[in-house]
Design a protein around this ligand. Structure first.
Ligand code: DC
Length: 665
């Protein structure tokens, strides 16, 4: 979903409800690798399904692990006790640091002929300190590009395990995690000691690693945060089945939502007070900013407390990822908020300090930054600007800035490349829409009205796809009405209009992409027939039917927006729509298009008959007294007799851009 250039978030004014969040990325990828290294099968429940876990799963398959997926449950049969592959393998790791680092270590300790590559950004993310530690240990690793960065080639090691293995702790804790997960492979005969050089950052992620290792039978002796000893005789043992808790970093956006938005509160399922994830301590930071939070073992309830939020000065080393969310909450605070000790932000998916500062400034905020800190000043009412947020292929930048849509100035926020959220939270925006609220008038509707066979259905659904908006084919509702009336054996005559209208109100209809369902029956094809079109034209002339369908149609106006096509979208159903297009083409041209369509479906038809039919339908649709077909006064006219579909789509999108605040364009 959302493989679109941008997603415009309308101004939001409240939020409430319950959300279930996807599994933790850090736990998912660690559990996958540990399951691959142990003997036997591990059934993993609630595994995150995202770009990063897909990368890891693919790598495990390439190594020869059996992987079976059944919904959110994945079973992995490990390589423990089996032969490792001897053939050369090339792994593509995308931009998944949580897959790249530990896999490199495991492959290097075990040995083979392996190449590890990623997207260009992955080739800019440092891995030198891990490689140094692995080389110290006797692993054979070559750089295939710039020294210190992927891509890498791994060969056969000659392990030297007598001495403590030094690893830097102050660049990324993932290096230590990688060693901790890989070295039990070599600890059958002797204990192995790892020594951290420099101050260890992101300790909570090491806690996750140690916790999960113990679930897989490896009990590491920790001496402060400086020395870690893997005891001799360590062997990975599958726990049989394991449950992945919801991602605490993903929870930060909904905790912030509860703290910022007016409403009855947000309940988060899947993660709570018993979490092993360090980012759960975001809860305390949010409380300090004013959120009211209660929790159980695996749930959180959040409500808005202090408002404006209270400014904060915080060392964020313990919540490196979730702390980004604080930077956006800071826009709603009562003074400047300073986030300290965040140097690791500079080597993540993008330079996150620079990214957060640049994008917050686009909204109008004053932001200062240093090598390892960020200060965000609140943005008072009257000073917010509609902004295009660049997301740098960084899921967290996209999710953080969605919270700017609650601004008091009710300006929309454009999120570029919204699908980048798929890294950890593929349905983030749908989850946001399921709780967020906007005034109906703030939810944009694009109306495309016009006569039959003008191509408005194709045009409207393509425009909807391009904008990530919902799509309403209102003609289908009249076609369904005709079908339901026929099946109830009601004559399509004015005397039965009230009875037909009563049926309409109870139609169990459901739109699912291109499919239209009536209860359990898919009726998309049935209602597309010419006779169904004629029936629709008749029932649509009854004011009672139109009145019954009014509310049904208006309910399609949902976040983040709607493209609606029909005859009276702009005149009657959504008179306040910001863009109305009246689409026409001359009748003969439309008859030819309809003819082509029918022929493609194997239905024989004559152009002159279709031409006459179209003219009759146009006459009835425009002469009826109830909502006759006519352009809204403020509609833009588009005659597409000589335009192709892509040109028409472009025309509408351009017209839409013209209606947006200038800073969005
Ligand atoms: O667009 P269509 O051919 O699927 O529409 C079928 C009939 O429904 C058409 O003859 C007119 C009627 N209609 C209407 O009156 N108002 C709408 N908003 C949409 C369709």
């Amino acid at each position: 979903m959302y493989d679109i250039p941008f997603l415009d978030l309308p101004a939001l004014d409240g939020a409430q409800g319950e959300v279930t969040l996807p599994g933790s990325k850090s736990i998912s990828n660690r559990v996958l690798l540990l399951s691959a290294l142990c003997e036997g099968t591990t059934v993993i429940h609630d595994l995150l399904d995202s770009d990063d876990t897909r990368v890891m799963l693919q790598a495990l398959r390439q190594l020869g692990c059996e992987v079976q997926a059944l919904g959110a449950t994945v079973s992995v049969t490990g390589l423990g006790g089996r032969a490792w592959p001897t053939q050369a393998i090339e792994f593509f790791m995308g931009n998944a640091g949580t897959a790249m680092r530990p896999l490199t270590a495991a492959l290097a300790v075990q040995g083979g002929d392996f190449t590890l590559k990623g997207v260009p950004r992955m080739h800019e993310r440092p891995i030198g300190d891990l490689v140094d530690a692995l080389r110290e240990l006797g692993c054979h690793i070559d750089y295939l590009g710039n020294p210190g960065y992927p891509p890498l080639r791994v060969g056969q090691p000659q392990l030297k395990l007598e001495q403590a293995i030094p690893v830097r702790g102050d660049v990324s804790s993932q290096f230590l995690t990688a060693l901790l997960m890989a070295l039990p492979l070599a600890a059958a005969q002797r204990p192995i000691t790892i020594e951290v050089v420099g101050e260890l950052i992101s300790k909570p992620y090491i806690e996750i690693t140690l916790n999960l290792l113990s679930r897989f039978g490896i009990v590491v002796e920790r001496q402060g945060w400086q020395r870690f000893v893997i005891p001799a005789g360590s062997r990975y043992q599958s726990p049989g089945s394991i449950h992945v808790e919801a991602d605490a970093s993903s929870a930060s956006y909904f905790i912030a939502l509860g703290a910022i938005a007016q409403g009855k509160g947000i309940r988060i399922h899947g993660v709570g007070a018993d979490s092993i994830q360090g980012d759960i301590r975001f809860v305390q930071a949010a409380e300090r900013m004013g959120a009211q939070i209660t929790s159980g073992p695996n749930w959180l309830d959040i409500r808005r407390g202090a408002w404006p939020l209270k400014a904060l000065d915080l060392d964020c080393n313990h919540i490196p990822d979730a702390a980004m969310t604080l930077a956006v909450m800071a826009l709603y605070a009562d003074g400047p908020t300073t986030l300290r000790n965040i140097a690791s932000w500079r080597v993540k998916e993008t330079d996150r300090i620079a990214a957060m500062a640049t994008e917050a400034r686009k909204l109008g905020a004053q932001v200062e930054e240093g090598s390892d800190w960020l200060r965000v000043h609140p943005l008072p009412a009257g000073q917010w600007r509609a902004a295009r947020i660049h997301t740098y292929d960084d899921h967290r930048v996209a999710m953080c800035f969605s919270l700017a849509a609650f601004n008091p100035d009710q300006v929309p926020v454009r999120i570029e490349d919204p699908k980048c959220v798929a890294k950890t939270f593929p349905n983030y925006f749908e989850t946001l829409w399921s709780t967020a609220h906007a005034r109906a008038s703030a939810i944009p509707v694009l109306c495309i009205d016009g006569p039959t066979a003008s191509g408005k259905g194709t045009l409207a659904s393509l425009v909807a796809q391009h904008l990530g908006y919902h799509y309403l084919d209102s003609g289908a509702l009249y076609r369904l009405t005709g079908l339901v009336a026929r099946r109830a054996q009601l004559p399509l005559e004015p005397g039965h209009a009230q009875a037909i209208a009563s049926l309409v109100a109870q139609m169990p209809l459901r739109f699912d992409g291109q499919q239209i369902w009536l209860g359990d029956e898919e009726v998309s094809a049935i209602i597309r027939s010419e006779s169904a079109g004629m029936d629709a034209s008749q029932v649509s002339a009854f004011p009672e039917v139109r009145a019954a369908l009014l509310d049904v149609q208006q309910r399609f106006r949902r976040l983040p927006g709607l493209v609606a096509d029909g005859r009276d979208m702009g005149t009657v159903i959504f008179p306040d729509a910001p863009l109305k297009v009246y689409l026409t083409a001359d009748a003969l041209e439309r008859a030819k298009r309809r003819h082509r369509q029918l022929m493609e479906r194997g239905i024989d038809a004559k152009i002159n008959v279709l031409h006459a039919d179209l003219q009759a339908r146009d006459a009835r649709d425009s002469q009826r007294s109830a909502a006759p077909l006519k352009p809204a006064e403020d509609a833009l006219l588009l005659d597409n007799s000589h335009l192709g579909i892509p040109e028409s789509v472009e025309w509408v999108l351009k017209a839409w851009q013209g209606k947006r605040p200038p800073t969005l364009v």
